[in-house]
Design a protein around this ligand. Structure first.
Ligand SMILES: O=C(O)CCC(=O)C(=O)O
Length: 251
């Protein structure tokens, strides 16, 4: 990480990586996401949420290897590894499509992580990355965050609000397709309503430590495990949970 990135992350608990995907990568990833979406729409038994507030293609890495490879994207993954450490691993992954004119938010204010036995304000337990596949402005259903909230005392009581935008001190993550942002899973965040005429499209990759369980429903398929082992790539294997629970780390 650059000094600027370190200071921004330490201050806010989040970081933006403008232009994380080149134009060519964005085009490939959009193509992969469109294929995943088409398969998912054609078969209602495939996992994910289908509602007026969110369409969630669960575990997009199962649908297209271009979406899988974003897990170790060379501009983003090294930052995640630096933040979490060499025992970094995948916790879950999603493709979120927020429909235009949502009746309400799909995600009110929350922390992603609150595990027992850990004092979270001093810990980095999860880091979540968003890749924007569409331009996101302040009214197109993006993520809102409270800067610095990952360090707030564990028992801090945030105000309750009806609309996520009413939260005092909140900022909105906006950006262009191809940009990425990431945040410490303890950073207090929400999604705002999509008031625009266009769907918001984001790929989400959540990382934790190797000893943590992969979120239920996101355990990699036998196919992904077999292919990862055949690749011999230590990063790919570790990210998919292959290794010893308490000894596994990248060198
Ligand atoms: O859709 C968003 O921007 C927020 C999603 C969210 O709250 C989460 O992934 O935990």
């Amino acid at each position: 990480m650059t000094e600027e990135q370190k200071i921004a992350y330490e201050t806010n608990g989040f970081l933006t990586i403008p232009g994380a995907l080149s134009a060519e990568e964005l085009s490939e990833v959009r193509d992969g996401a469109a294929k995943a979406e088409a398969i998912w729409r054609a078969d209602a038994s495939l996992p994910g949420t289908r509602s007026a507030t969110l369409e969630q293609v669960q575990a997009p890495i199962e649908y297209d290897n271009r979406l899988l490879a974003l897990l170790w994207h060379p501009k983003v993954f090294p930052v995640v590894r630096e933040l979490l450490g060499d025992d970094v691993s995948m916790i879950d992954n999603d493709y979120f499509i927020t429909p235009p004119h949502t009746p309400s938010t799909h995600a009110g204010w929350h922390h992603d992580v609150g595990l027992g036995g850990i004092y979270h304000p001093l810990s980095t337990v999860m880091v979540k990355v968003f890749f924007l596949l569409s331009d996101v402005n302040a009214n197109s259903g993006g993520t809102a965050m409270i800067p610095g909230s990952y360090r707030f005392p564990q028992n801090y009581k945030f105000p309750e609000v009806d609309d996520p935008r009413q939260m005092p001190g909140a900022i909105q993550m906006t950006g262009k397709a191809g940009d990425a942002y990431l945040f410490n899973g303890r950073t207090y965040h929400a999604a705002v309503n999509n008031e625009s005429d266009n769907p918001r499209r984001v790929l989400i990759y959540n990382y934790g430590h190797f000893w943590m369980k992969i979120w239920q429903g996101y355990e990699p398929s036998e196919r992904l495990i077999t292919e990862a082992k055949a690749s011999g790539d230590p990063v790919r294997m570790q990210l998919l949970g292959i290794g010893d629970a308490y000894g596994q780390r990248l060198t």
